[in-house]
Design a protein around this ligand. Sequence first.
Ligand code: NAD
Ligand code: MG
Length: 376
Amino acid sequence: MAQRGVAILGSTGSIGESALAVLRRQRDHFTVVALTGGRNAERLSAQVAEWKPAFAGLAEGNGREGFPVGPEVLVEAATRSDVDIVLNAVVGAAGLDATLAALRAGKRVALANKESLVMAGELVAEAAREGGGEVVPVDSEHSAVLQCVGAQGRELARLIITASGGPFRTWDPARVAEATVDQALHHPTWKMGSKITVDSATMANKALEVIEAHFLFGLPYDRLDVVVHPQSIVHAFAEFWDGSVIAQVGFPTMELPILYALTHPTRLPDQGIRRYDPVAAGSLTFEPVRSDVFRAFHLGVEAGRAGGTAPAVFNAANEEAVAAFLAGGLRFGRISEVIDAVLSQHVPGPARDVETVRAADRWARVEARSLLGIPC
Ligand code: NAD
Ligand code: MG
C-alpha cells in the first residue's frame, strides 16, 4: 500500500488520540498531514511537535495560541490535496460541514462523527456520489457490520447491533432519574469523551447508531435491531437472506475499528491490538433494551423512522440537554423529557439541503434552551 495522507479532525479527543496511537505503529503506510482540535491548544501543540503535520488548527481557539482558528479549519484540513483519508473524530453537529466537504473533494471519510450521518444521511450520500468520496464507519458496531458483510451487502436481511447498556442497565427507573454526572460518566466497558458517555447512559447513543446503520447499510428500521450485551465482546450480528448469521467479536477497543476504517477493504498486521481469547472473555449474555429506563433510545429510533428533519432535531435536542446535564444544571431524568418535548413540537419536513438541516438544528436548540431556561 502506498503511503496515504491522513487528516484527523478532533485529534485532541478520545478517538483522535486512539487514532494517533494506531498511526504510531503504522508509519510505513500513513502520514499525518493535518490535525485539528477544539480549544485544547496545549494538547494540539504536543501533537504537532510529535507529528509535524503540514496543517494544524483550532476550531474553537481565540487566536492567541499560534494556530489558525475558527470552524473553517475543519474544512480546510479535510479538503487539502495531500489528504487521502479524513478521520472525522469531532463530537456533535460541528462535524457535519467537514464530512460533506471531504466527500465532495473525493476523500475517504473514516467517520466517528456519527452525528453527521444522523443529521443529514441523504445529503452525506449525495456528497459522496457527487465528489467520488466514501464513508467508512469508525463506530465499532458499524465497523463490525462492514466486516461481517464483505461483498454480500445485497443479501443482507437484518442487523442486530449490540449495546453495553451503560452504567444504569440494572438500576430502577426512579434511581436512574436522579443519577449524578459522575455516575453517568462511569461507563462499564468503554473509555470515551463525555458527550458520548452520557449518550451511552441514556442509550440515545444507540438510537444515533440505529439511524447511522440505516443510512450506511440501506436497511429499513424494522430490519435494524438492538440487543443489550454487557460484556461488549460481540459488536454486531449480520443476518443474511438464508438465515445465516455472522458476528464480529473482540475485546472492546476503538483502535481496531479505527485501523480498519483506514485500511478497508484490506487489512494490515498490527501487534498493538489485544488478541481475542474466548476463555478470558468468559460468558457472553444478551438481554432486551428496557423501555422503562431508556426512553431516549425509543425517541431517537422514532425520529429515525419519521425521517426528514426529525433525526437532526433529535440530535440537537439531545446535544443541548446533555450539555446542560454535564454543566450540572439538569437532572439526568430530564434529558429524555426535553428531547420528547422538542420532538413533539416538530413537524418533520424533507431534509432537502444543508440549510434546511441547519435550520431544524437551530430551531431544536432554541426550543430545548427555552425548556431548560438557558438564554439563547
Ligand atoms: P471527545 O470529546 O473526546 O473529542 C472530541 C474532539 O472534537 C476533541 O478533539 C475536541 O476538541 C473536538 N471538538 C469539540 N467541539 C468541537 C467543535 N465545536 N468544533 C471542532 N472540534 C470540536 O469525543 P470522542 O469520544 O473522541 O468522540 C468523537 C466522536 O466519535 C463522537 O461523534 C462520538 O460519538 C464518536 N465515537 C466515539 C467513540 C469513543 O470510543 N470515544 C466510539 C464511537 C464513536
Ligand atoms: Mg458505537
